[in-house]
Design a protein around this ligand. Structure first.
Ligand SMILES: [Zn+2]
Length: 188
């Protein structure tokens, strides 16, 4: 067993918000009901959580059909750290649907070739367990793949032949395990 603060302290969480006023800060209030899980689909060796933080702060858009598509999300997780990019009460643009954006916390899990993938997923499970604990969420009900909102094949590493299968189920089981292991009662 561990306490919520003990579990939180294993995350190596850095708070590094996208500056207010940047075009990828929505400024729209979020009351989270879901947690949306993504993989970055960026294999570059340096594409870790810190690199995604720099991208969100300094660039924050992809060019799609010749126009800028601004993006943001709440956390990026790699094998040895997490970075939070937005306050949890502000909408991010990550789900590919207004319903997903306006109801969920977005978490990107790195998959670059230089990281330990199992450790990255484990850290993401610990982060999501902490969020579920803090927000009173049931992981089975609230943790959604990006695919749920838009049909995009994301999180690519947690799908099985483009569908939810054993990998996704095991990911949720792992979150539940960490959540069940938290020993202190809610509110302490
Ligand atoms: Zn995604």
């Amino acid at each position: 067993m561990s306490t919520r603060p003990e579990l939180g302290s294993t995350l190596n969480l850095q708070i590094d918000h996208i500056p207010e006023g940047r075009p990828n800060r929505s400024g729209s209030p979020l009351r989270p009901e879901f947690i949306t899980v993504h993989n970055t689909d960026n294999r570059g060796k340096t594409a870790d959580a810190e690199a995604h933080s720099r991208f969100l702060k300094n660039t924050g858009y992809y060019v799609h059909n010749g126009s800028k598509r601004w993006v943001s999300w709440h956390y990026t997780v790699d094998h040895d750290s997490c970075v939070r990019h937005l306050p949890l009460n502000e909408v991010g643009w990550h789900a590919g649907s207004s319903l997903g954006n306006s109801s969920s916390i977005g978490i990107e899990i790195c998959m670059n070739d230089a990281l330990n993938q199992d450790m990255a997923f484990d850290r993401a499970q610990r982060l999501i367990a902490c969020l579920c604990y803090d927000l009173g969420f049931d992981p089975k009900m609230v943790v959604k793949p990006h695919m749920h909102w838009s049909g995009k094949l994301c999180p690519s590493l947690l799908l099985t032949n483009g569908k939810l299968g054993a990998k996704w189920a095991n990911f949720i089981v792992g979150i539940q395990g960490y959540l069940d292991d938290i020993s202190d009662p809610v509110g302490v």
